[in-house]
Design a protein around this ligand. Structure first.
Ligand code: UDP
Ligand code: MG
Length: 139
């Protein structure tokens, strides 16, 4: 079933660099409504759990270290066609390949430290949002 929600994290690199406000502004300017929002930090085990689908990839260890290295901002976002449109808004995984004006083109440092996460399917958006927010934290 198609939904109208996606899940994002502003990653430790972008939080450290002071880009929370600019990134949230670009997201809301693009028409997303914030359903849930918090600043938090993933434990190593939490990052391993969140990215379990990538556990066999060569970059998994680095990814877990990076994602647990500092605070993040987690959010559930709502808009028509939320998942696909958000992938367009953030741009390619590698900022060198991200379209001009996309969040990763503007704020990401590298393919690993790439400023933001965006869910890749409606099913994962629901799983990832529920990983960070209980039912009474989603409005
Ligand atoms: N990643 C990495 N090296 C790579 C590919 C990915 O460090 O060669 C990291 C990067 O932070 C990326 C995350 O792993 O955002 C998840 O990878 P995925 O392929 O799902 O990219 P995304 O969906 O975030 O664009
Ligand atoms: Mg992905």
């Amino acid at each position: 079933m198609a939904t109208n929600r996606t899940f994002t994290m502003i990653k430790p690199d972008a939080v450290k660099a002071g880009h929370i406000g600019a990134i949230l502004n670009q997201i809301t300017e693009a028409g997303y409504r914030i359903v849930a929002l918090k600043k938090t930090q993933l434990t190593k085990a939490g990052a391993e759990g969140f990215y379990a689908v990538h556990s066999e990839r060569p970059f998994f260890g680095e990814l877990v270290e990076f994602m647990s290295s500092g605070p993040i901002v987690a959010a559930i976002l709502e808009k028509d066609n939320a998942v696909a449109d958000f992938r367009t808004l953030i741009g390619a995984t590698n900022p060198a390949e991200a379209a001009p004006g996309t969040i990763r083109a503007k704020f990401a440092k590298s393919i690993g430290e790439n400023a933001v996460h965006g869910s890749d399917s409606d099913e994962n958006a629901k799983i990832e949002g529920d990983y960070h927010f209980s039912g009474v934290e989603q409005f």
